[in-house]
Ligand binder design. Structure first.
Ligand SMILES: Cc1cc2nc3c(=O)[nH]c(=O)nc-3n(C[C@H](O)[C@H](O)[C@H](O)COP(=O)(O)OP(=O)(O)OC[C@H]3O[C@@H](n4cnc5c(N)ncnc54)[C@H](O)[C@@H]3O)c2cc1C
Length: 415
């Protein structure tokens, strides 16, 4: 039966959900408080990698964090004025680093990500969007044996999950990426991946596709959700809109919406930064490459290389500190000697993150007509299409190959 469904949030998760629901025959309206793709989905590295399953909270993370504090190019920072707010989240995060939790979280991430590429192809293949995907995989490069040895945990996990990867020597690295500095002696290559070469263009084109196929897009900020007998009312500054069913896919801003429905989910944000390099950087790399020593990524976009980096705990309101990414520019030049190391633009975005690195994909406590789809942390581009199909199955009462129990909203209720 066709149902009138409103999806809140036109980031990658909301747009994929809207298209998948429409494919299943529903009337879909996508709403966003600003224009589509204004959140984290705008400025990421565009990597979609099959079998991405490394939870951020891993055994030894507490020592790693202590080591990172005070490092000149530390990939991590916590604003002092936000520390008291993030502290409970950090405690839960630290608990997730126990081996048992880490291994479980990895299995549940793998269940979502192992078919990421195929899901994207299914959602976009018969559309004019496929030119925005480049089948190039994902490469990590290391200068020293010591830093390369940190990939042991990843290879153990990938072996367990049966995910393919290759270890490369300097010749192997140069075959893939001839412009990289010759100092890189170790490479870790996952070839089953896509590189989205313009995330904003992709999301905007997906919204246009939704409209061409009979769906709607509306600029509307949802402030309040009310459940009446058989209808759901969404209230905002611009009035009230009604739906039979609602998907909350508002990224890092989803917490206050789910709280109104009785679900207090410990969603916070790991802020991240990007710096766009000039057009002259086009063609210098063939795929996203992560600098293993300094944890930043150089990713090829249509408009030039994009450097992405950093995890910053500072909530949704504090101003960005662009020095966090600017200070990495000399390191990018060392990595790619032909790079014209000039800043075109900088950006900061809000990764929606839960302490166990898993998203919430579940019905609200109060109503099976409201579904949550948020908290995709570092992997929203990878997991967008998979999540869209799950959302569509769940709202259509269809069974799915993926068991959604691990992504339930109540999993943090006990602690
Ligand atoms: C630097 C960086 C690099 C990254 N690189 C990668 C990568 O290579 N691969 C990968 O898989 N992931 C990557 N990610 C993660 C990925 O970008 C995110 O997980 C993903 O974009 C989250 O998508 P989303 O749709 O949940 O949220 P968002 O994209 O943030 O979208 C949420 C939308 O909801 C809207 N909204 C919020 N509140 C309301 C409201 N009340 N009413 C109406 N609308 C509302 C917002 O305006 C926004 O448009 C990266 C992230 C960062 C920051």
């Amino acid at each position: 039966m066709s149902t009138n469904i409103i999806v809140i949030g036109a980031g990658v998760v909301g747009v994929c959900s809207a298209l998948a629901l429409q494919e299943s025959g529903h009337q879909v309206t996508l709403v966003d408080k600003v224009e589509p793709c204004n959140g984290a989905s705008f400025g990421n590295a565009g990597a979609v990698i099959n079998g991405s399953c490394l939870p951020t909270s891993a055994p030894g993370i507490i020592f790693d964090v202590i080591n990172m504090i005070g490092q000149k190019h530390s990939p991590l920072s916590i604003r002092l004025s936000y520390f008291h707010k993030i502290f409970p989240w950090l405690l839960r995060f630290a608990l997730q680093s126990r081996s048992s939790s880490f291994n479980q979280n990895a299995v549940h991430l793998n269940a979502l990500s192992k078919n990421a590429v195929a899901s994207w192809k299914l959602l976009t293949d018969k559309t004019p969007l496929s030119y925005l995907f480049n089948e190039a995989g994902w490469l990590r490069v290391y200068e020293s044996e010591k830093t390369f040895s940190t990939t042991a945990m990843l290879s153990t996990l990938l072996d367990k999950m049966g995910t393919e990867y290759e270890i490369l020597d300097s010749d192997g690295i140069r075959d893939l990426e001839p412009n990289l500095a010759h100092s890189y002696r170790y490479g870790f290559y996952q070839k089953n991946g896509l590189n989205i070469t313009n995330p904003k263009k992709l999301i905007e084109a997906m919204v246009n596709l939704l409209i061409q196929r009979g769906g709607q897009y509306r600029r509307f900020e949802v402030n309040e959700i009310q459940l009446d007998n058989n209808k759901i009312s969404l209230r905002g500054f611009d009035g009230c809109i009604n739906a039979d069913k609602v998907v909350i896919a508002a990224g890092a801003w989803s917490r206050h919406l789910s709280k109104q429905l009785g679900d207090d989910i410990p969603l916070d944000t790991e802020r991240g930064y990007h710096l766009m390099l000039p057009e002259s950087s086009i063609g210098l790399l063939n795929r996203p490459v992560m600098n293993g020593e300094h944890s930043f990524v150089l990713s090829p976009m249509e408009m030039g290389l994009r450097m992405t980096a950093q995890v910053e705990f500072a909530g949704l309101k504090l101003k960005p500190n662009y020095n966090r990414i600017r200070k990495l520019l000399p390191l990018a030049k060392q990595m790619l000697p032909k790079l014209e190391s000039k800043e075109e633009s900088v950006w900061m975005g809000f990764r929606p993150s839960l302490p166990d690195s898993l998203p919430v994909i579940d019905f609200s406590n109060r109503s099976k007509d409201v579904l949550y789809a948020f908290g995709h942390q570092h992997l929203g581009m990878t997991l967008g299409a998979v999540t869209g199909y799950l959302v569509s199955d769940m709202l259509g009462n269809n069974s799915s190959e993926i068991d959604v129990y691990p992504y339930r909203a109540t999993r943090f209720n006990k602690w």
